[in-house]
Design a protein around this ligand. Structure first.
Ligand code: S3P
Length: 448
């Protein structure tokens, strides 16, 4: 698992035009949810296109520890024989969620209303991340959590024997917290209500409905009011996982900044809760065509044609757009460094509690590469150096964060001197084929 093995330094050098087709793997968020909901249904759920990244594999192992049978039958093809809502058994050992905040938080939600006890841990990155944001609402159902100071892992969660339904207004715009509460609501009698002021990714709502739960979303002055009726019998499903737009972001942004590039990225989600990066890039002047719009695996998708875009300009990203592109700010900061003018990203303090403090990791790494950056608690500003204007010639620290590692390797493809990362091993958590895929397009990413 990432962070448990040796650090893997990687380097990326300036390359010729990127060309060809970038087929990125399955969506990480949807993959986690397919395994968890499959485990909570009665019968066999079949999944195709599952992301076989370490984060998702760790969630699969966890579902087995709770009593489900999880089997692989081919590349991306998995089956889950579920134990039903309330059917989880107590795991015999500690649940290791590796690098995955999504895994840890959603799994905690899924068992919090069943009278079993589970202890969670993760790698050095996950052990620093706040879990109080999920254990606070889970306590309202009657679950108890005993963790390290500040609500950190390792942590033991004792599920509620007689859960009571909850009405919970999210204090942070977080799909993970929303999902944890909804999953806890499954084994709770009555109606569980979650209110979100700003829309966050809606995969849990869509999939809960798909598995047969009764779930209604109303939009009012408070925002989205999501009501779930507890104790449904979830019916097993066939889930076709669409490609991950957060992974597509890397070849897309690489093609925008590498001179002469012209690539295609098929089947990229256009889900409005995930497409903030693409909106922002187009506003900057990126040359992206959205072709062949259609539906795949219940998600709106399009095939992207992406060309080198020397005319891109920094803009102010509307802060309310943050939840729809929260994982894409690191790679956007790289694109901004190769654009003209100032790129202002406000309302991004959530980046400080991701796999790393992503504001700090991007600011320090870009500065080391010769780019001027300003930051405060909730803001990142990148002063663009124009196409081909980034000096590079540095090694960025990735702090066990896959997206920081991939972002700096993309930066190296267009900077004057090579850019290295101290540890590329976390890339395995979300985009295990990154190196081969990028080099297949013409990049020069190497180990060491
Ligand atoms: C995710 C939600 C986001 C995102 C994470 C995946 C999910 O986190 O950063 O990579 O699958 O629900 P928050 O909802 O906490 O912002």
């Amino acid at each position: 698992m990432a962070g448990h093995g040796e650090a893997q330094p990687m380097t990326s050098g300036r390359c010729g035009p990127l060309t060809g087709v970038a087929e990125v793997p399955g969506d990480k968020s949807i993959s986690h949810r397919a395994l968890i909901l499959g485990a909570m249904a009665v019968g066999e759920t079949r999944i195709t296109g599952l992301l076989e990244g370490q984060d998702v594999l760790d969630t699969g192992k966890a579902m087995q520890a709770f009593g489900a049978t999880v089997e692989r039958s081919g590349p991306g093809e998995w089956s889950v024989r579920g134990v039903g809502v309330g059917g989880f058994r107590e795991p015999a050992d500690v649940i290791d969620c590796g690098n995955s905040g999504t895994g840890a938080r959603l799994i905690m939600g899924s068992m919090a209303t069943t009278p079993i006890t589970a202890t969670y841990t993760g790698d050095a990155s996950l052990r620093k991340r706040p879990m109080g944001r999920v254990t606070d609402p889970l306590a309202l159902f009657g679950a108890r959590a005993f963790g390290r100071a500040g609500g950190r892992l390792p942590m033991t969660v004792v599920g509620a024997a007689d859960p009571v339904p909850v009405r919970y207004a999210l204090p942070v715009a977080s799909a993970q917290v929303k999902s944890a509460v909804l999953l806890a609501g499954l084994n709770t009698p009555g109606e569980t209500v979650v209110i979100e002021r700003e829309p966050t990714r809606d995969h849990s709502e869509q999939m809960l409905r798909g598995f047969g739960a009764e779930l209604v979303v109303e939009t009012g002055p408070e925002g989205h009011v999501i009501t779930l009726v507890g104790r449904p019998e979830l019916r097993p499903q066939t889930v076709a996982v669409p490609r991950d737009p957060s992974s597509a972001a890397f070849p897309v942004c690489a093609a925008l900044i590498v001179e002469g590039s012209d690539i295609r990225v098929p089947g990229v989600s256009q889900n409005l809760t995930r497409n903030g990066l693409f909106l922002t890039l187009v506003e900057m002047g990126a040359l992206i065509d959205f072709e062949n719009p259609r539906e795949e695996g219940g998600e709106p998708v399009a095939d992207l044609r992406v060309r080198f875009s020397p005319g891109m300009k920094g803009i102010e990203v509307p802060p309310e757009r943050a939840p729809s592109m929260i994982d894409e700010y690191p790679i956007l900061a790289v694109v901004a460094a190769f654009a003209e003018g100032r790129m202002v990203m406000r309302g991004v303090k959530e980046l400080r509690v991701k796999e790393s403090d992503r504001i700090d990791a991007m600011a320090r790494g870009l500065e080391a590469c010769g780019v001027r950056v300003d930051e405060d608690a909730d803001t990142l500003i990148v002063h663009g150096m124009g196409p081909g204007g980034v000096p590079g010639g540095a090694v960025a620290k990735t702090h066990l964060d896959h997206r920081i590692a991939m972002s700096f390797l993309v930066a190296g493809m267009a900077s004057r001197a090579e850019i290295g990362v101290d540890d590329g091993s976390p890339i395995m958590t979300s985009f295990p084929i990154f190196e081969g895929l990028m080099n297949g397009l013409g990049a020069r990413v190497r180990r060491g």
